[in-house]
Design a protein around this ligand. Sequence first.
Ligand code: GTP
Ligand code: MG
Length: 203
Amino acid sequence: MGSTASSGDRRGLTTDDYVAGGATQTAVKILVVGHFAVGKTTFIGSISEIEPLSTEETMTQAAEAVDDLKGVRGKTTTTVALDFGRLTLSERVVLYLFGTPGQTRFVQMWEDMARGALGALILVDPERLADSFPVIDLIEQYGLDYAIAVNHFDGNPERAERALREALDLLDETPVVTCDARNEQSSAAALTTLVRYLLDRAS
Ligand SMILES: Nc1nc2c(ncn2[C@@H]2O[C@H](COP(=O)(O)OP(=O)(O)OP(=O)(O)O)[C@@H](O)[C@H]2O)c(=O)[nH]1
Ligand SMILES: [Mg+2]
């Protein structure tokens, strides 16, 4: 779990650039989404300054038939409702992170989750790119701006960003960052990139 945020702009953002005059703190809702087993729970767990709410359940044999465990070593649980965490990005910007289950059978939850969100960080496993298509489609359908965080799993070869952009059919302006969801700094850097992008677009 991430450490408690200290005051000041420890993520390198300057507060006054991003918060309307007079406001002391702005709460920003961000979705952390991605296909099954891409690292959503790990990501929120690595960065949340509060004990993350997690709804992990042991995977059943029934789930094994539908959830593709190929390439996912030693995974025994899956998120059945949502992950929730909080990150104070700067003195005045607080992110509320909602991790949505990756399996398409949970898609009805997305409607509620997407409401009021400023944008989404889409976690992508470069070895399972096709699994990200429906996730990206959904986020676009809800009209949310997003950045891509390529979660680098051990032993996977590096992928050229250009090839990945083409494979995912991304707009040139869509930010793509690599991250290790287990690492607080790395996860924070991905979120900072997303928030900068969202705020630039909003201004
Ligand atoms: N090497 C490596 N392993 C990771 C990384 N992120 C997650 N993992 C591992 O990948 C597995 C799946 O991670 P989860 O965080 O459960 O993935 P999830 O997207 O929440 O999965 P669901 O909720 O079931 O869809 C776990 O065993 C993690 O320890 C990463 O950045 N690098
Ligand atoms: Mg999960």
